[in-house]
Write a protein that binds this ligand. Structure first.
Ligand SMILES: [Zn+2]
Length: 441
């Protein structure tokens, strides 16, 4: 994709606009301006992967950095300290909202632009890739007048998109909806959004205390990062508010564990928690170059064990002019846990994790792996992509493969035995780090 631009003939404003416009059109989430020996290397992050775009020559390095700093409202005379800025601009009729960050490195200043893309959030809950069963659960969850709903996942898993989509759904004239965020990622009409500013003491906890005096119905907390915020979230929900927030955990089980580790009364937590939506983003297979290949033995076993389905072939894509390496766009894979009375009791009674795990995955809750593999069978993504995202020694996986396992008699390799060493069951789970080798067909 490396592009040759004749930088000497263009004014700096046009160079910057061209880079930003191209990135936005390509669906990039970030633009990196990396200091290099002979200028600045420009890279785009598309579908989660960084791709080289162009190299800006040394002769215009200073101008480029200065221009980026000016349009993002940074101090152009300061190059020794990190700075934050923002750009709102319209290029060729595309409205762009961007967050900009500068960082001094030993090679010079590095600038990263995050392009905030609201289009996914604006399309609504129905277009986020939830399976029909999960979508129904989410819609039921957000109907509750009080309680806590958590969206969990690592950075860059689309948590904000899900939260904003839920907020859009809940945003009706009859309710007072207040958010406290750091940062406010998307402006939504008719919602009071508050930006945390810890420098002046305006912390999540501080804002939340004030919000509770503002007669709210629904409160969105950007992220539960500390005990105090968790405590106030619980208090807010048991006093009759619907609380929506995010937390940095892998799955529902880890989320419960993380919350019970926090300084929150477990009986209050047990009664307030309504649901946990865990998610990851999988790259979608390119429909233009998709082909089928025979499935190998362990893929058949994995899918049989997790979905109870026999397969003979799987989709793959080599890459074409329409995509990057066989992938184009992304889709979320989910695990949606609706907290049942049994789970509430288990949390309140401090049930050991092993038992809680059984309880969580005993019901109709599909694990991230199951949801991902379902999307593999629907030719939306590839098994390689799902195995890259979901660790096969994840606790949620073990319980499912143990329960539905049909290959108990299969002898284990030494690697496999090692992987499941801590599992209570003898389950053939493929070793995590060998997936490339095993998938090389
Ligand atoms: Zn393709």
């Amino acid at each position: 994709m490396l592009k040759q631009i004749d930088f000497t003939k263009l004014p700096i404003t046009e160079i910057v606009n061209e880079i930003i416009f191209t990135a936005a059109q390509a669906g990039a989430s970030d633009i990196h301006f990396d200091p290099a020996e002979k200028g600045i290397k420009v890279r785009f992050r598309i579908d989660g992967v960084l791709i080289d775009y162009t190299i800006v020559p040394e002769s215009i390095r200073k101008n480029l950095i200065a221009r980026l700093k000016i349009i993002s409202g940074m101090d152009i005379t300061e190059s020794r300290l990190p700075q934050d800025g923002a750009i709102k601009m319209t290029i060729k009729n595309i409205n762009l909202d961007m967050r900009v960050s500068s960082l001094p490195t030993n090679e010079g200043e590095k600038i990263v632009i995050r392009i905030l893309d609201y289009t996914a959030s604006l399309k609504g809950l129905d277009s986020l890739g939830f399976s029909p069963v999960n979508l129904k659960k989410v819609k039921e969850l957000i109907k509750e007048p009080n309680g806590i709903i958590l969206v969990t996942g690592a950075t860059g898993t689309g948590k904000s998109t899900t939260v904003y989509s839920i907020l859009q759904t809940l945003n009706t004239p009859e309710v007072n909806l207040v958010t406290v965020e750091d940062p406010v990622e998307m402006n939504i009409e008719n919602i009071n959004q508050i930006q945390v500013n810890s420098e002046i003491g305006l912390t999540f906890a501080e804002v939340l205390r004030s919000i509770l005096r503002q007669d709210p119905d629904i409160i969105m907390i950007g992220e539960i990062r500390d005990d105090e915020t968790a405590k106030i979230a619980v208090r807010a929900s048991i006093t009759g508010h619907l609380v929506l927030s995010t937390i940095h955990t892998n799955n529902a089980l880890n989320t419960i564990e993380r919350l019970t580790d926090m300084d929150v009364e477990t009986y209050l937590l047990a009664s307030s928690l309504n649901g946990i939506i865990s998610q990851k983003l999988a790259r979608k297979i390119c429909p233009h170059c998709m082909k089928k290949r025979p499935a190998i033995d362990y893929e058949k076993k994995l899918i049989k064990a997790n979905l109870g389905v026999d397969i003979t072939e799987l989709a793959y894509a080599e890459g074409c002019s329409e995509c990057v390496g066989g992938y184009k766009g992304r889709i979320a894979i989910h695990e949606v846990l609706v907290i049942s009375q049994d789970i509430r009791d288990a949390i309140a009674n401090g049930m050991p994790k092993e038992e809680l795990r059984k309880l969580v995955y005993q019901g109709d809750t599909k694990t991230l792996l199951q949801d991902g593999l379902t999307k593999v069978l629907e030719n939306i993504t590839t098994i390689e992509e799902i195995l890259r995202l979901v660790e096969l020694d994840d606790e949620s996986v073990k319980i499912v493969t143990a329960k539905d396992n049909v290959n108990q008699q299969q002898p284990l390799t030494s690697n496999q035995s090692e992987t499941i060493n801590n599992s209570a069951q003898s389950v053939p789970i493929p070793p995590v780090n060998n997936d490339v080798e095993m998938l090389d067909v």
